[in-house]
Every structure is written in C-alpha cells, then in structure tokens.
Design a protein around this ligand. Structure first.
Ligand code: PGA
Length: 243
C-alpha cells in the first residue's frame, strides 16, 4: 500500500528559537490530521536535536537534508547516518536540486548517499526533476529516467520515497499543473520495480493548490519548501482535504 507522505523541507531557515515558536503554532493542528498521513519535518541539522526531544509522541517524524556515505572521516561540513539515527532521525532528503546545482551533487554521489542512508535504517527521499531549459527542449522524460537509472543502482525500493520536483517550479510560485505532475509521477512509477513506493510532488506547493494536487491518482504526497516554514500554512497542507 502506498503511503501518503507530506514532508517540510526547511532548507537553511530557522534557529532553534524559531523552531520552538513554529511547533507551538503547528502541533495543535495535528489533532485534525486524518489517520494514515505521514508528516515529516526536515530542518537544518542544528534544529534536529531540539525537534527530536519536542516531538516525542507526536505524529511528526524527523528528516535530515543530507547524509554522507561514510560512517565517519575527514569530510568537513558533512554528516553521517549514525549521527542522524542517534538523535531519532528516520528520513533524509537526497539529491535535492539545490544540492545538485550549488554543491556539485551528481547521480553517482546521490547513489552513494541513498545506499548509506538505507544501510543505517534511514528512509531516503530521492529528488528528481528537470530544469526549464530541459523541459523546453523536450528532455524531461529522458532526464528523469537517467536520474532514476543512475541514482537507484543497488538501492532497496522497499525503503524509499521519491519526490518529483521540477526545478522551474521550486520557490517560484510557478506550480506544475497537477495533471502534468501526475503524468510524470506515473512515468517515474513505471521505471520502478516496486509499485508501492510513495512518490511526492514538490515545487511551490501551497495551501491553495494542495487539495487539487492530492486528487491526482499517482501523487502520494508533497515535499514542501517555503510553505512549510509557517505553522498555519504547513498545517493546511498537512490537513489537505481529499475529495
Ligand atoms: P518550494 O520548495 O515549496 O519552496 O517550491 C520545494 C523544495 O525545494 O523542496
């Protein structure tokens, strides 16, 4: 059975004090959240510990935004899977387009990070998606198939979430049409050996478009950036209305 998974990617936003403030506003809304929805917060590393303590017993699960493939070593600025699991992290975003674009992440390093996450019991959220130029050049399908082929070598599809995030839709307010996101997510599913992998849509998901996005049959949830930073708007997304 495919699970519904709504994840907030806080990117490089929120101090610990801001995180506490967010929780005060957000947690009461979870009382209205229908059963069976998985809610994940992926804050900066410095907020993980405080969230881990505050979230005990709540519906929210913790995710990180990156993981290195070694257990430890001389890798300045990186973080390892055991460091994350020790403080209660269960999920990790891998291959986000901002990592690919600004930090030289490649399909090969994405693959190493996915395998390392799984080795330590983390569930990775693999991000794939095309640029505007690639879309205009009709390269969307082939690019995504390549990202999956290279990224998923020797990856266990029983412990995996995928997010389709068209880069032109991220942080731009220019959401991908729900039907088009559904089509690409169907294509992604057709490339997988496990049909039960949850596949999210990400890219300018907001309170005013989440209901429509979630009516699409192939879409199993959302990876939310900007709109996950504010308690009320993330709560509305998590508590989307299914028709
Ligand atoms: P956005 O970001 O919701 O702000 O477009 C999505 C993401 O980068 O995961």
């Amino acid at each position: 059975m495919r699970k519904i998974v709504i994840a907030g990617n806080w990117k490089m936003y929120k101090t610990q004090a801001e995180t506490q403030e967010f929780l005060q506003g957000f947690l009461p809304h979870l009382e209205e959240t229908p059963l069976g929805r998985e809610v994940i917060l992926c804050p900066p590393f410095t907020d993980l510990s405080i969230l881990s303590k505050s979230l005990h017993g709540s519906l929210i699960q913790l995710g990180a935004q990156n993981v290195h493939w070694q257990e430890y070593g001389a890798y300045t600025g990186e973080i390892s899977a055991p460091m994350l699991t020790e403080i209660g992290v269960r999920f990790v975003i891998v291959g986000h387009s901002e990592r690919r674009q600004f930090f030289c992440e490649t399909d090969a390093t994405v693959n190493l990070r996915l395998k390392a996450a799984q080795r330590y019991g983390l569930t990775p959220i693999l991000c794939v998606g095309e640029t505007k130029q690639q879309r205009d050049a009709q390269e969307t399908e082939s690019l995504i198939i390549t990202q999956l082929e290279k990224g998923l070598v020797d990856v266990d599809q029983n412990n995996l979430i995928i997010a389709y995030e068209p880069i032109w839709a991220i942080g731009t307010g220019d959401t991908c049409e729900a039907a088009e996101a559904n089509r690409i997510i169907g294509l992604i599913r057709s490339q997988l050996s496990n049909p039960n992998v949850s596949i999210q849509y990400g890219g300018s998901v907001k309170p005013n478009n989440i209901d429509e996005i979630m009516t699409q049959p192939e879409i199993d949830g959302a990876l939310v950036g900007g709109a996950s930073l504010e308690a009320e708007s993330f709560a509305r997304i998590v508590n989307f209305k299914s028709v």
